[in-house]
Design a protein. Sequence first.
Length: 83
Amino acid sequence: LLVVGLRLAAGIVIPLMLATFAMALVSRAFPQANVFVLSFAVTLMLGLLLFAFSGEALHQAARLGIQTGVRDARAWVHALGGT
């Protein structure tokens, strides 16, 4: 379950972390710019865009994770002597 959760979250978390890192570099390059306020808008828009465009992939990954979990649960029940 943890692995499935990490795989689902990685598609959104990694690009957001990269955007935060890019904002940190911009902040270091232009100290007079108020990057803190700008980073809220950039992070929000990037997160919404990523979520909108990755909807089908998240759906497929969740379905695959659930199917794998059900298959494994059935195999464990069968191995324990159940029907």
